[in-house]
Design a protein around this ligand. Structure first.
Ligand SMILES: [Zn+2]
Length: 655
């Protein structure tokens, strides 16, 4: 690899085993030293009777979801921390120049380009070049849907038209910023970074430009790319293709299945089926966690593809894969922030995160949270369990919020090793995978607040916003400063009275919820972790006020009960530990908190002495702030999403 990045290093590390001695071993079967619970048998050895043993046949049979999200055009964010993040992201998108983005594509297609080359992973000699352009198309399309931003739609339209010109000069529908020779290497199992991963981003960008901006040319380009992928993968035996799947390939299956859903042409779904990595899916379908040693962000998109496959085939094996994967990752492999991964891998057996924390400091790759949120939404459409949104809220407020700064720069790793800090990308010289998913994430912050079924509306997230349900001629405005305040108010605006059920999620962290309807305390109630359902005929001006009192609580590591994190309501609290050793070079540009490059600092330890948290963690002088008291070293605590520019800890030794 021309440019050795942290990510490249991490991939190489996983690919060759952490001892660096097992060069031939694929990343799906690494062994990780130091964990006696390591499985001794990896993939590829399962009997034929397993769920994905025989040939997988596609047959179209769509499921009927139980709930649907509203179109993003129906929900607008109102002023608040999420709208700030959305705006910062748009600023970042404006600052990118289309002709600079196109430079590597034009060169690859033999079209003259005098634009200044971008740096980082878009550099003309980086093997992932072009990937960010796919994300950029998606981000422009999503921003148009979520805000009506015509300038970004025009940017996306221009890129589609110019990329189509590149495609016309390349063979058989192929479109990329690197030559097909990368795919020759992929087929020959020679070293190459991730060509299908990159192509997938461009395909997904085209699909988004078609879906959100009505760009017909984007669909034509996408069909050409899908034809090319069909031809390339169809020329390989299944056995050969299964070895190709050892190299990261993003969400190829997801986009191909979506194309079948869109066009009705089942050929694309059959192409998608060639991207089913059977030895990854088999244990999951049997409800076995054999994730240890896998590269995390290589595999979550494969599960999203499984979810999409289930949606258009009703094949329950794919549902099993998606649901069990979600259970085990969120239940036993997720840090308190809602993020997962360390050194980009799952390095330990389930429920051994305290051990994993000692194996690396590059935790919580942001792409992984982006993809877990995407998967969560899908599962929710099949089964609207509020528990899914307890996770969604955890990851959204504690991982995603805070990983974008006011300039629109995003993070790669979100450090949870004590003494970490936030490190952000540069504007033109980073373009990591997480820059791409970050710019998509912050363009779609309005897409999961509300869902609906035939009866009414589900309010899942407490984010200041307006919903317009056009079919029912019903508007709902959510007025809240959440999480600065533990309450939200829903205000109805309807020309005519409308009968429907309003379901408000009562989070797990809320011990009780008081509800007032039009100023009067209501006797409707719901337990935490369920929906508060109010069925009535709503008229203009009706108000529902929901109080969701937050309180202090703690969570501990399953394999070390003395290692604790503190939360207030849904918010993870970070202890502020000063700026010792931090320099601009450590905060802007590196791919994560490079802990080895800053001096080690003392992480205070606490003695709880069997006291309740409230007895030794006292409110600070501003809302949502706290301070420990009576400890040998006392620490100020704040919601993690607000902590930037200093070192912090989320986990503490508590005796
Ligand atoms: Zn990433």
């Amino acid at each position: 690899m021309a440019n050795l990045t942290r990510r490249g290093f991490a991939l190489g590390t996983l690919a060759t085993g952490l001892m660096g001695q097992e060069k031939e071993r694929p990343i799906t079967s690494v062994s990780v030293p130091g964990d006696p619970a390591a499985p001794t048998v990896s993939g590829g050895t399962l009997a034929e009777s397993v769920p994905f043993g025989a040939k997988v046949e596609f047959k179209r049979d769509d499921i009927v979801p139980k709930v649907w999200p509203f179109p993003m055009t129906s929900v607008r964010l109102l002023p608040g921390v999420f709208e700030d993040a959305q705006q910062a992201n748009r600023q970042f998108l404006y600052e990118q120049t289309p002709d600079r983005l196109l430079h590597v594509f034009r060169l690859n297609a033999g079209i003259a380009s005098s634009a200044q080359a971008l740096g980082g992973w878009e550099k003309p000699d980086c093997e992932l070049r072009g990937h960010f352009v796919g994300h950029y198309l998606s981000a422009c399309a999503l921003s148009y849907s979520s805000t009506g931003d015509k300038e970004l739609k025009a940017r996306g339209d221009y890129l589609v038209a110019e990329l189509a010109k590149c495609q016309q000069r390349l063979p058989g529908g192929y479109l990329s910023a690197f030559p097909t020779e990368y795919f020759d290497r992929l087929s020959a199992r020679k070293e190459v970074w991730a060509p299908f991963y990159t192509v997938h981003k461009i395909m997904a960008g085209m699909l988004d430009m078609h879906e959100h901006c009505g760009n017909a040319q984007a669909l034509t380009v996408l069909n050409g790319m899908a034809d090319w992928a069909d031809g390339w993968s169809g020329a390989l035996s299944e056995e050969h293709m299964q070895t190709v799947l050892d190299t990261e390939y993003g969400g190829m299956g997801e986009t191909l299945y979506s194309l079948t859903a869109l066009s009705g042409d089942e050929r694309f779904a059959r192409t998608g089926d060639r991207f089913i990595k059977k030895r990854f899916f088999n244990p999951l379908a049997l409800r076995r966690d054999e994730l240890r040693g896998l590269h995390v962000n290589t595999h979550i998109p494969q599960v999203i593809a499984a979810a999409r496959r289930y949606e258009i085939s009703s094949d329950p094996r794919f549902q099993d894969v998606a649901e069990y994967f979600w259970e085990t990752v969120t239940g036993s492999r997720t840090y308190v922030t809602g993020g997962t991964s360390n050194n980009e891998g799952w390095l330990v057996s389930p429920n051994r995160l305290a051990a994993e924390l000692k194996l690396g400091d590059a935790t919580n790759e942001c792409c992984c949270s982006y993809n877990m949120l995407k998967l969560t939404r899908k599962l929710y459409e099949w089964n609207p369990d509020p528990r899914l949104f307890d996770f969604y809220e955890r990851a959204l407020f504690n991982h995603r919020l805070g990983t974008i700064n006011s300039d629109g720069q995003t993070q790669y790793y979100l450090g949870v090793v004590p003494g970490s800090w936030r490190a952000f990308a540069t504007k033109y010289d980073s373009f990591w995978c997480c820059t791409g998913t970050g710019t998509e994430e912050h363009a779609k912050l309005n897409n999961s607040i509300y869902f609906h079924d035939a009866d009414g509306i589900f309010v899942n997230l407490f984010i200041a916003s307006e919903l317009h349900w056009a079919e029912r001629n019903f508007r709902l405005r959510q007025e809240t400063a959440f999480p600065e305040e533990g309450r939200t108010t829903l205000v109805v605006d309807a020309e005519q009275p409308v009968h429907l059920t309003l379901r408000v999620r009562i989070p797990q962290w809320a011990s009780r919820a008081n509800v007032k309807i039009n100023g009067k305390l209501s006797d409707v109630s719901a337990a935490s972790g369920s929906y508060l359902a109010i069925a009535r005929t709503w008229t203009k001006g009706d108000r529902v006020e929901v109080d969701l009192p937050m309180s202090l609580h703690s969570e501990w590591m399953a394999d070390d009960h003395s290692l604790r994190a503190f939360l207030y309501g849904p918010l993870v609290l970070a202890g502020k530990l000063g700026r010792e050793g931090l320099t601009p070079a450590l905060e802007i540009g590196p791919e994560g908190p490079q802990i080895g490059k800053a001096p080690a600092i003392e992480i205070p330890q606490f003695a709880a002495n069997n006291k309740r948290l409230e007895e030794w963690i006292k409110p600070g002088d501003r809302p949502l702030t706290f301070k420990t008291s009576g400890q040998s070293v006392n620490v100020a605590l704040e919601p993690f999403y607000k902590v930037n520019g200093e070192r912090y800890s989320l986990y503490w030794k508590v005796s």
